[in-house]
Design a protein around this ligand. Structure first.
Ligand SMILES: *Cc1c(COP(=O)(O)O)cnc(C)c1O
Length: 406
């Protein structure tokens, strides 16, 4: 059995794992992994079917695996507490899960719209596949697919609850944990059978690579996934794998910092919203009204009503993730703010070191047109807070000028 993972780092801290979990695959004296781009390798003199992985790694053809891909998978496997297989994108990884499990009836909840499109493609290939909601009865369901935290609000689901329900029905639970990579969440601990990540987001973290990961609990499933990847050519390229390997080294520090800043920005925007509201014991100042009156609501796991027995602290020992949503009173307000935030790029995607703001309705018509999704980067809290304030004040100024014209 092929073993890529080095169990030596299983109990190390995430930041140590991120730096050293692929060291055993380093066969040259380079401290930084070399960039290798070859798609073909000379046959070993001993045997052309030699072990393709491990310290004596010998590769034949890139679709079967490459040194860089394997290193990225070693680091990913240790970090995710499973056996990781790397793909060309998050959606390719989702397709690979369907090819592996061959479900006949899928229960899927709030999920990335692209994943639902992949399931439609699968339904086109395999007639008779049914799709129901994740809250429906699981009779006949063989695959339950959930996402946590969910897009675009950053709110979390009780993974254990879905695992218990899925397993009681004889179904497998797949968790798309793109919004909460390790050490933010570890869905196997709550009973997930397979974990999926779009590595394009936090794992890559610099908005410069497209990749996806499927993490299996056992090597046998990982091997089966790897075989189908080889047959179907669903691989990530060598350069992307190298960028990912490099990015993973800072994943734990990036995501915990981004997550902590996000929680503070969420609290700030929620306080701006509250302070603009007249109550029996609070009369908003002129500035409080100007800053907060356009904010209709803020959504993030840190503000979510959590009902027992969901132990959210157990599911999220190091934070909730760095994506949240803000609802404005109108679509025009949302778009104005998106265009006037200076430290936030108005662009899609999430998980990069630069803060981003996206108008999800443009991508997914089921998202409210008044909603902005925010992905908090590594800028300081103070600078991001000032950026929000100037954008909200610019909106107030704009609205006053519009009103004066009427
Ligand atoms: C982006 C994303 C995907 C798709 O990943 P790609 O790398 O863009 O193919 C899947 N799930 C979630 C939650 C995502 O955010």
């Amino acid at each position: 059995m092929v073993e890529i993972k080095n169990p030596l780092y299983d109990t190390a801290a995430p930041s140590t794992q991120a730096l050293h979990a692929a060291d055993h695959l380093q066969v040259t004296p380079d401290v930084a992994a070399p960039i290798t781009v070859s798609t073909i390798y000379e046959y070993s003199s001993a045997s052309v079917t030699a072990n393709n992985y491990g310290p004596d790694q010998r590769y034949v053809y890139a679709r079967e695996g490459t040194a860089t891909t394997t290193k990225a998978e070693a680091a990913l496997s240790t970090l995710t507490e499973g056996h990781a297989v790397l793909y060309g994108s998050g959606l390719t990884a989702s397709l690979a899960v369907l090819v592996e499990l061959k479900p006949k009836k899928i229960a899927i909840g709030h999920a990335y719209f692209g994943v639902k499109k992949v399931i439609e493609q699968y339904q086109g290939l395999v007639p008779g596949v049914q799709v129901v909601g994740a809250e429906c009865d699981y009779a006949g369901v063989d695959l339950v697919w959930i996402e946590s935290p969910i897009n675009p609000t950053g709110e979390v689901l009780d993974i254990e609850k879905y695992a218990l329900r899925a397993h009681a029905a004889g179904a497998k639970l797949v968790v798309d944990a793109t919004f909460a990579p390790p050490p933010i969440s570890y869905p196997f601990r709550q009973g997930a059978d397979i974990v999926v990540h779009s590595a394009t987001k936090y794992m890559g973290g610099h908005s410069d690579l497209l990749a996806g990961v499927v993490v299996a609990k056992d090597t046998k499933t990982a091997e089966s996934l790897r075989y189908a990847r080889y047959i179907l050519g669903l691989n990530a390229g060598n350069l992307e794998a190298w960028l990912l390997l490099r990015s993973l080294k800072t994943l734990p520090v990036r995501i915990t910092q981004q997550s902590a800043t996000a929680k503070r920005i969420v609290a700030l925007l929620e306080s701006h919203r509250r302070l603009a509201v007249h109550t029996a014991c609070h009369t908003p100042s002129a500035e409080q009204t100007s800053v907060g009156k356009a904010i209709h609501g803020v959504q993030h796991a840190s503000l979510q009503q959590i009902c027992p027995p969901f132990d959210v602290a157990r599911q999220h020992p190091h934070g909730f993730g760095a994506v949240f949503a803000v609802n404005f009173r109108s679509k025009e307000q949302a778009l104005f703010v998106a265009r006037h935030l200076k430290l936030h790029a108005f662009a899609t995607s999430l998980g990069g070191v630069e803060s981003l703001v996206d108008w999800r309705h443009g991508w997914d018509v089921t998202a409210e047109p008044t909603l902005l999704r925010v992905s908090v980067g590594l800028e300081s809290y103070e600078d991001l807070a000032a950026d929000w304030k100037q954008a909200l004040l610019a909106l107030d100024d704009h609205e006053r000028k519009q009103a004066a014209k009427l």
